[in-house]
Design a protein around this ligand. Structure first.
Ligand code: UGA
Length: 407
């Protein structure tokens, strides 16, 4: 639909930051087997049609907004032929695929619908797509033909022996939301432990290491800090709760409300911690925020905890300067009221406190001695437990982090 994006992609230029993606785009375009178009007519003659559009949170509600999925499905009706397969990739409320299958079945008899969620992470999108840890095909009962077609689409991945789950539409849809809910719960669990660590003087990082050695628990996704943001985890747990409510099963997911609460409390705590280190008042204090993206190796600022904290600090009277290796331009567009800088040194010039809110490698590798020369006060708040505390304190910085003792 978006002429600008289609033009840019046709010239092998991604419209977002994703490591390795431009090269992949270039080599794929060079084969002549990849084309971009704004015209649905160009989809005529294809046998497999993927729907990959977004399903954002509805304004003022928890539920997912399915407008884009519906529009894509309707426009496909113009080109769909008997025997064609429509494959859904979008994250949708359970029941959506069955609804689409009925619609396509009535209007184009002989066509099929499969639900085939993806599990890629931003920042690792290329690797996660080409080397997924599992494939999930949600198909109508006994639809072996569609399974065969998907096996052809994913021939290389299947040949590698990648685990494959062939199931019904509802299970496939739920696999995606269940996976994201589990990940969100794991992060909020460790952040709840961080709250207790703050109350007791215990250390959440060591706690995570120690429980993570148990391979039933695992260390991954136990990084305590500012919590989860982005275009997926927050809206997916909310849409899941909304759908459970519609199905009369809301009790099953009330714990996700607490997961959401714990997550949001971390942002408030970060602002409080900043106030604390700035001698109890944020008014007129110069604060450097390192990181705007919701996670490193991405320029995505949707529901970014870093920008959320930056905006709160600014509203409370601090003079906030934000920097990020990739997301400054996007930040400027969404939060024009904040001040932006190209480098950490520029952002931290004469700062009263430095907050590291997205754990980009560039920030983890900062030399605390050199960096200490540009600030007014050597106070660092490590919002992602990503810095070497000993190195920073040895360089004369006062070090604070979520879930860890002051250093
Ligand atoms: C997430 C899932 O990880 C993917 O599997 C899924 O495909 C994707 O959503 C999606 O639904 O499309 P993504 O949003 O790219 O991927 O990012 P994550 O790596 O999951 O990180 C999400 C947030 O959690 C980030 O803000 C990150 O900083 C935070 N996080 C992650 C933590 O606070 N602690 C951790 O230990 C891990």
């Amino acid at each position: 639909m978006d002429e600008r994006k289609v033009r840019s992609l046709s010239q092998a230029k991604a419209t977002f930051y994703e490591p390795g993606f431009d090269e992949l785009l270039r080599s794929s375009l060079a084969t002549g087997r990849l084309r971009f178009s704004t015209s649905m007519a160009d989809a005529a003659g294809s046998e497999v049609h993927f729907i990959c559009v977004g399903t954002p949170q509805k304004h003022g509600e928890y539920a997912a907004d399915l407008r884009f999925v519906q529009a894509a499905a309707e426009s496909l009706l113009r080109v769909l032929e008997p025997g064609d397969v429509v494959v859904g990739k979008s994250t949708v409320p359970v029941g959506t695929a069955a609804g689409l299958a009925t619609m396509f079945g009535e209007k184009v008899p002989g066509s099929s619908v499969a639900w085939n969620p993806e599990f890629l992470r931003e920042g690792f999108a290329v690797r996660d797509t080409l080397y997924p840890d599992r494939l999930v095909y949600g198909v109508s009962e006994g639809d072996e033909r569609v399974v065969g077609i998907l096996d052809e689409v994913y021939a290389r991945i299947v040949a590698r022996g990648t685990p494959k789950v062939v199931t019904d539409h509802a299970t496939a849809e739920m696999v995606k939301t269940a996976a994201n809910s589990f990940l969100a719960t794991k992060i909020s669990f460790i952040n709840a432990m961080a709250e207790l660590c703050e109350a007791t003087g215990a250390d959440v990082k060591q706690l995570a290491d120690a429980i993570g050695y148990d391979d039933r628990i695992g260390r991954k996704f136990l990084n305590a800090g500012l919590g989860f943001g982005g275009g997926c985890l927050p809206k997916d747990i909310r849409a899941f709760m909304a759908r459970a409510g519609e199905l009369g099963a809301d009790q099953a997911l009330t714990f996700l409300r607490e997961v959401d609460n714990i997550n949001m409390r971390r942002r408030i705590r970060m602002v409080e911690l900043a106030r604390e280190v700035c001698d109890g008042s944020l008014l007129g204090k110069r604060i450097a925020v390192l990181g705007a993206a919701f996670k490193p190796d991405s320029d995505d600022i949707r529901d970014s905890p870093a920008l959320n904290v930056a905006a709160q600090l600014q509203l409370q009277g601090a003079v906030v300067r934000v920097t990020d290796p990739a997301a400054v331009e996007n930040g400027r567009r969404l939060f024009p009221q904040l001040d932006y800088a190209d480098t950490p040194e520029e952002a931290a010039d004469r700062a009263d406190a430095v907050l590291v809110l997205t754990e980009w490698k560039q920030y983890r590798q900062l030399d605390p001695v050199d960096f200490g020369r540009v600030v007014a006060q050597r106070r660092v708040l490590d919002g992602r437990n990503a810095l070497d505390r000993d190195a920073w304190t040895a360089a004369g910085w006062s070090y604070r982090a979520l879930g860890r003792r002051a250093g």
